[in-house]
Design a protein around this ligand. Structure first.
Ligand code: WT7
Length: 577
């Protein structure tokens, strides 16, 4: 087929997907916010509900596409009035509240780069990310400002403006802090999105590696082509759907599918301010007649633990599709979904770097329990032969070996799909190392069966997946080592039946400190204070952390010890085997 253009060739798949979008009027480019909001507001969907938001008490507010266009226009104009220019970075630190959607989409209208942060992060991860990302504007709530921002504001000299989503105590306010509602009220609702090159940066998502600072994966406006196409293909999302994505907006799923994709498709987006609670979730699914539900394996396992009786009390017949992402989905959970929720759970695989779903058991086709599925249209996946470090073997000429048929190797994707990240912020060499021979190297190990389905095997590196959240061990170790008692720390993911993994730290103490229960409690509290939700849940004292010859803590050995495996027997650490 070489040289021939067929309907399944990536270029024609994406060209076709691009044609389902409008593009800015007069050929002025492609802007995510225009596709998600303005084109609907200007057409027959103007009065359709874009956002149905449930507050903590489950009372509902609705925002139509026309209203969302108004508010996001005001937000863009407010940024302009504050002197914020296209290309500058706007961060959000918010739970699921209407202001989140307005800030993200309004920033995209203003052609700023927007970076939503996880509101459960403590001050340390937030300071690091805002510093790395040159945050110029932050949108947050007064409570989060007090808890997370006030302690670090002095470390963020580039931060010119803070927009608060509610009234704040005057004593916490520094110059440059504004009331978002007042700014929106003063701003004009008339706004025309400026020319936007599809390759212009739009979204910044931080992700963690094994070492060093978090990586800022930068995505461009063109990503919207993949957001919409993959939501259609993998989730079967349609304009008349009521779609609920449970991911936190601070992680990439919460943006790509929690904000952008459903709005581009013209669906109604459900958003729940509350946290997980089995009865609340079932009530929401039933009462809101959710048709497509995108969630995480940990959530499914929490529902499973609650038992089938709770599910049986609710009418879930409106549910057409259940899908999950972020961590291995056990075959048992897929079948439980079919038996108890009335629909199997469709596993999907992707990463912060890929921006959109790459591999899936697509809605509407048979699910293979335990498998991640097959590459979506326009995506070419491969398994690459691994070297001794577990990563793809790259020969001196820069070539990799693509494995055929049933095989196991590093999962790679042919570079060039629209939502592919375009760089790691300020780390071009790190970006370059993520590719070889035209392939993006995912860092995941997978195998392929005789039917061409991909199965997750494990990570090639030490990053931790806890409740679907990617946690960098280095970030946790560094935070612990700022405590005066800690000489050294090694952090691993400890297998957990519900969360997949729990963050566990092994700590060596400095001379003069005793490994007491009191100190353990203090260190757990210290970790929580600094790191928030990604803090270690368990700390063990260890006076002989294993090291490599170059002096690095050998986390894999710590993990083997934790699992009671013979030291060095790391092959058995893989998941799902
Ligand atoms: C890592 C990426 C993009 C949303 C998810 C979070 C793991 C993702 C699956 C799956 C097994 C999965 C991988 C991947 N992962 N989906 N279906 N089965 N593992 O993105 O935080 O960048 O994490 O999540 O290890 O590399 P992320």
């Amino acid at each position: 087929m070489v040289g021939m253009s067929t309907a399944t060739e990536p270029a024609s798949v994406w060209a076709h997907a691009r044609r389902t979008l409008s593009g800015l009027p007069d050929g002025a480019g492609l802007n995510i916010a225009y596709e998600a909001v303005d084109r609907h507001a200007a057409g027959p969907r103007a009065r359709v509900t874009a956002l149905r938001w449930l507050d903590r008490r489950m009372s509902v507010s609705e925002i139509s596409y026309a209203e969302l266009a108004d508010r996001t226009a005001r937000f863009a104009n407010a940024l302009d009035a504050l002197g914020v220019r296209p290309g500058e970075r706007v961060f959000t630190l918010l739970g699921r509240t209407p202001e989140l959607y307005v800030a993200v989409l309004g920033s995209l209208k203003a052609r700023c780069v927007v970076s939503p942060l996880f509101a459960a992060f403590g001050p340390e991860p937030v300071a690091q990310r805002m510093h790395l990302g040159d945050a110029v504007v932050l949108v947050t709530s007064p409570a989060l400002y007090r808890r997370t921002i006030a302690p670090i504001r002095g470390r963020l000299p580039a931060l010119r403006h803070v927009l608060l989503t509610g009234p704040a105590r005057p004593d916490v306010l520094e110059p440059g802090t504004h009331d978002m509602a007042a700014l929106l009220a003063q701003a004009s609702p008339d706004h025309v999105i400026g020319p936007t090159d599809p390759q212009q940066p739009a979204l910044l998502h931080f992700t963690s590696g094994t070492t060093g600072t978090p990586k800022g994966a930068l995505h461009v406006h063109e990503a919207v082509v993949a957001h919409a196409a993959t939501a259609r293909e993998a989730l079967d999302l349609r304009a008349d759907d009521r779609f609920w994505c449970t991911a936190d907006p601070g992680w990439v799923t919460g943006t790509s599918y929690g904000i952008v994709a459903p709005l581009v498709i013209g669906a109604t987006l459900l958003s729940d301010e509350g946290e997980f609670d089995a009865r609340r979730w079932y009530t929401l699914l039933e009462r809101e007649r959710v048709t497509v539900w995108y969630t995480a394996p940990t959530a499914i396992r929490m529902l499973m633990r609650r038992g089938a009786e709770e599910a049986a009390r609710h009418d879930l017949k409106a549910l057409r599709v259940i899908a999950s992402v972020g961590e291995p989905l056990n075959a048992e959970a897929v079948r439980w979904g079919a038996a108890v929720l009335g629909r199997p759970v469709h596993d999907t695989w992707w990463q912060t770097e890929t921006g959109a779903i790459m591999i899936a058991n697509p809605a509407g086709s048979d699910v293979c329990p335990g498998a991640m599925g097959r590459p979506l249209s326009g995506i070419e996946a491969a398994l690459l032969q691994q070297g001794s470090d577990g990563r793809a073997l790259v020969d001196p000429d820069g070539h990799v070996r693509v494995l055929d048929g049933q095989a196991q190797g590093e999962l790679a994707l042919r570079a060039g799909w629209p939502s592919m990240f375009r760089t790691y912020l300020d780390a071009p060499e790190r970006y370059a190392r993520a590719f070889a021979d035209g392939w993006y190297l995912s860092g995941d190990i997978a195998r392929r069966d005789a039917d061409g389905r991909y199965w997750f095997v494990g990570r090639a590196d030490d990053v931790i997946k806890s409740a679907g959240h990617l946690v960098g061990p280095f970030e946790v170790e560094s935070a612990l080592m700022t405590h005066p008692a800690v000489a050294e720390a090694g952090v691993i993911g400890k297998p957990d039946a519900v969360a997949g993994e729990l963050v566990k730290a092994f700590v060596t103490l400095r001379a003069g400190f005793e490994p007491t229960e009191e100190l353990r409690t203090e260190l757990l509290g210290f970790g929580r204070q600094a790191l928030g939700a990604v803090a270690p849940k368990e700390i063990a004292f260890d006076d002989a952390l294993p090291h490599t010859r170059s002096g690095k803590v050998m986390r894999r050995l710590l993990k083997a010890r934790e699992l009671g495996l013979p030291e060095g027997d790391l092959s058995t650490l893989e998941v799902n085997t």
